[in-house]
Design a binder for this molecule. Structure first.
Ligand code: ACM
Length: 275
């Protein structure tokens, strides 16, 4: 199965530009699954909620999500991307920092970022979807389970753990990383869960008024044994694919004596284990 990522610089508050750029790049090549960065339609560094109103969309009919559905259908490939989502709820209009998984038949699933980072708390509502896995159908392999988490979710081991306990074969991780740790930390997330991970990070700077933020690139793909199958540059746009066997995620046995999931002792993590 061929999996990969697109590392690029989304243009801040320019969804049309981002749609055209992403479409022109991911329409090339042959792949089964590609992951794009967090907030790939909008950029990251907002000053106020009014800005989000202009760049956010509803995944049912938004232009960015519709483009992903078109490419997915044409290429018979699955796409995961971060995007700026809007919804009308009881309290009125709200925004989520979301990821979409698009199926070639036009179906899609949404994950809303659970752990918001820094100023994101001013703009976005904390995600309410939780961590779930979804079946994608891959020729010669059958159903492969995909999980999603977004950027800062990595800091909370429970995110990747929950997805893995629910059977994820591949964790898709759209990101806009600003700290220098995640690319190294994903070694542990992959190893401790025996799971493939794809962290699709962005590059470049967002500038908005007085504010400026630089992103760290180095998108990574890890194998269940913690091998770096790919590590991108810090500052170049790259589209990268690797061939994997996702069924390797299902064997949690690391030697004759240890199965890292069967050996978990939940009683001593959450139970009343002390006298
Ligand atoms: C982040 O969660 N975008 C750092």
């Amino acid at each position: 199965m061929k999996i990969g990522y697109l590392q690029f610089k989304p243009s801040l508050k320019k969804p049309k530009e981002n749609i055209e750029k992403v479409e022109s790049i991911i329409s090339n090549g042959k792949y089964d699954l590609i992951v794009l960065p967090e907030l790939a339609n909008s950029g990251y560094l907002f000053e106020d909620k009014k800005e989000l109103l202009k760049v956010s969309e509803n995944p049912d009919d938004g232009k960015f999500c519709n483009m992903l559905k078109k490419v997915s259908k044409n290429k018979k490939a699955y796409i995961v991307s971060g995007f700026c989502e809007t919804a009308i709820e009881e309290e009125g209009r709200v925004f989520y920092n979301s990821a979409i998984l698009v199926f070639p038949d036009g179906e899609f699933r949404i994950y809303r970022k659970t752990h918001l980072f820094y100023d994101e708390k001013k703009f976005f509502k904390p995600g309410n979807t939780g961590f779930w896995v979804y079946d994608i159908n891959i020729k010669k392999l059958g159903l492969i389970k995909i999980g999603m988490m977004v950027c800062f979710d990595w800091y909370f081991p429970e995110s990747a753990r929950t997805l893995s306990l629910r059977g994820a074969d591949i964790i898709c991780h759209p990101s806009n990383l600003v700290m220098p740790y995640c690319q190294n930390a994903m070694f542990t997330r992959a190893l401790e869960n025996n799971v493939y991970t794809i962290t699709a990070n962005r590059i470049g700077k967002d500038k908005n008024g007085e504010k400026s933020l630089e992103f760290t690139g180095e998108s990574v793909i890890l194998s269940p044994r913690g091998e770096y199958l790919s590590r991108a540059s810090k500052d170049k746009e790259e589209i990268v694919f690797v061939e994997i066997n996702p069924l390797l995620s299902r064997n949690k046995r690391i030697n004759e004596s240890n199965d890292i999931f069967e050996d978990r002792r939940e009683l001593f993590y959450f139970g009343k284990s002390r006298n």
